[in-house]
Design a protein around this ligand. Structure first.
Ligand SMILES: [Ca+2]
Ligand SMILES: [Ca+2]
Length: 397
């Protein structure tokens, strides 16, 4: 980056990215800061010879230069750009083991955010067969990163879905790997959040979403959306915990689902007032609800059974009558069996923003926790409005 003031004087520069290896498409994401008085920035892609007889062929595409700090290191992380014919969204690659036919599709349902998600399907896969899509990202070895996403699986049989990280040094040597996430059950949108650490000397990480056959005749459908890969340890296991992203039409913010008991009409809105943090919060309202009627929004999160977690957030209630707000946890094992529940928080008064923080403990064998915010009618003709914001669900440190 070269920076110039309004007299066209060169007043500063920075070299934000360097790479000395060979690679197919590599995503790079660098924060830059023009010096004070800069009015013009010149962005260069430069090849520099380190010795005589240097050679290279460099290709660049999909350049974005925008205001602010963009933390997600991935290109096209929500699969909204799909200009190719392979069934793989722009910026992503794919790989399958020998003899495995590829079945990739960018789909419009199910979708966790905006209009599209990446899907892969397998059928009749032999044992140990693999099918994946991936993206290469420039990273710094020895530093922590966090990968989060939403995954939905259907008809998964004799197979599991995995997140696999491969690490490469500047000479393109494969120098390490880790598998921070595995799941073999069927689930609607499940939030995953995993800390990874590229080994020392890593300059390139390949993030894979993989389906592995654990036996012959494996089959299943895996859909992925809302992937974020960012620097540092991000401990909140929820996607869209502040309800800031709202690209759907249900009134329920991206990444969250909803459920109502029989005969109860859904009434959800992402509101700009009241808001505890950011610009949006999730609201739900009930009126004339019969006794024991329920109205709820939720998110599914991958957890480890037997480990304690904390859930905190901000809740505001208005006109609450004959009803209470509840935080309800449901726990499921890998076979999708309901194996436990708890209701760690209840509130029935009217209040402006009120903080809550509770500790919960999924029973052994839990692989998926469903975090609900529920409105329960205590008597007939219950009514009220509840707004939720700034939810944090994390492992107890
Ligand atoms: Ca999407
Ligand atoms: Ca918010």
């Amino acid at each position: 980056m070269h920076y110039f003031d309004n007299n066209n004087s060169f007043i500063g520069s920075e070299t934000v990215f360097e790479y000395g290896g060979n690679v197919s498409w590599l995503s790079i994401n660098e924060q830059v800061r023009p010096v004070a008085k800069t009015v013009r920035a010149r962005l260069h892609f430069t090849i520099i010879a380190l010795d005589n007889d240097a050679s290279v062929s460099l290709t660049v595409d999909s350049v974005t230069f925008q205001k602010g700090e963009q933390n997600n290191l991935l290109f096209n992380p929500g699969f909204e750009r799909n200009t190719r014919t392979s069934g793989i969204a722009d910026g992503w690659g794919n790989w399958g083991s020998a003899g495995v036919p590829a079945h990739y599709r960018v789909v419009t349902t199910p979708v966790s955010s905006e209009k599209q998600a990446q899907q892969m399907a397998i059928s009749n896969l032999p044992k140990d067969g693999m099918h994946n899509f991936f993206q290469d990202v420039a990273v710094t070895g020895g530093q922590p990163y966090t990968l989060s996403a939403q995954i939905a699986t259907a008809n998964l049989s004799k197979a599991k879905v995995q997140v696999i990280m491969h690490y490469f040094d500047v000479n393109n040597n494969f120098i390490g790997s880790e598998t921070p996430f595995e799941y073999s059950g069927n689930t609607v949108w499940l939030s995953i959040n995993e800390q990874v650490c590229p080994v020392a000397k890593t300059v390139r990480a390949r993030v894979h979403f993989n389906v592995l056959a654990v036996d012959n005749n494996a089959s299943g459908i895996v859909t992925v959306d809302s992937v974020t890969f960012q620097k540092g340890e991000q401990s909140n296991l929820l996607i869209n915990p502040g309800f800031e992203s709202n690209t759907r039409t249900s009134g329920v913010a991206d990444g969250w689902g909803n459920w109502e008991s029989a005969g109860v009409n859904a009434n959800y809105r992402v509101v700009t007032s009241p808001v505890s943090s950011g610009k949006h919060a999730q609201q739900m309202s009930i009126s004339n609800l019969p006794k024991d009627g329920m109205h709820t929004f939720f998110q599914d999160v991958a957890v480890t059974g037997g480990q304690p977690y904390t859930l905190s957030g901000q809740i505001a209630t208005a006109s609450l009558s004959k009803a209470k707000v509840q935080v309800i946890m449901h726990y499921f094992d890998v076979n999708n069996n309901f194996i436990g529940n708890e209701t760690p928080f209840e509130y029935s008064d009217n209040t402006g923003w009120k903080s809550f923080q509770v500790q919960v403990k999924p029973p052994a064998n839990t692989v998926r926790a469903r975090v609900h915010f529920n409105l329960l009618a205590l008597e007939d003709r219950a009514s009220g409005t509840v707004t939720v914001d700034s939810v944090i669900f994390q492992r107890l440190k």
